[in-house]
Design a binder for this molecule. Structure first.
Ligand code: GDP
Ligand code: MG
Length: 175
């Protein structure tokens, strides 16, 4: 019989992007089903685990949050090493978080392995009235960089499950 530890795939997923874009909230929404109230959503652990089932296969996701190390060049190579996927997150209500994406891409180029699957995520779509980055603009940017693109709300739980499941599907396809 199968023990709880059995899985068909194990993938390491790493979240990157400017501080404040909602990385920790996305992880918490997905792994714990909650949206932390107030500021200071730091989880205080290096990674969280969630196992999902895709087409009858158990896929164990090890999800790493940057926990306040978002400043460029302060995230070490060891953080990226062995990442199967990167979730590059910006905030659709914060132009600056979008404009920093090329810097993050340079980090990815420098530190991540070249098989890594990267998905660009525009978070906080519940704040549509404050949107500063048009969806088409982000889609074009993602296309040009061969990245997947998805818009989410950690607060409203919009597309958060889909984000991790789409990523897991893509990782299985490439495995
Ligand atoms: P991190 O620094 O990237 O980990 O960002 P956090 O997850 O700590 O979130 C930063 C701030 O944005 C917090 O005040 C969150 O409550 C807020 N936040 C995160 N995700 C969302 C979202 O989807 N919608 C809204 N309205 N606020 C969000
Ligand atoms: Mg955080």
């Amino acid at each position: 019989s199968m023990s709880m530890e059995d899985y068909d795939y194990l993938f390491k997923i790493v979240l990157i992007g400017n501080a404040g874009v909602g990385k920790t909230c996305l992880v918490r929404r997905f792994t714990q089903g909650l949206f932390p109230p107030g500021q200071g959503a730091t989880i205080g652990v290096d990674f969280m685990i969630k196992t999902v089932e895709i087409k009858g296969e158990k896929v164990k996701l090890q999800i790493w949050d940057t926990a306040g190390q978002e400043r460029f060049r302060s995230i070490t190579q060891s953080y990226y090493r062995s990442a199967n996927a990167l979730i590059l997150t910006y905030d659709i209500t914060c132009e600056d978080s979008f404009r920093c994406l090329p810097e993050w891409l340079r980090e990815i180029e420098q530190y991540a392995n070249n098989q890594v699957v990267t998905i660009l995520v525009g978070n906080k779509i519940d704040l549509a009235e404050k949107r500063e980055v048009l969806r088409q603009r982000a889609e074009d940017f993602a296309d040009a960089q061969s990245m997947l693109y998805l818009e989410t709300s950690a607060k409203e739980s919009d597309n958060v499950e889909k984000l991790f499941l789409d990523l897991a599907c893509e990782l299985i396809r490439e495995a």
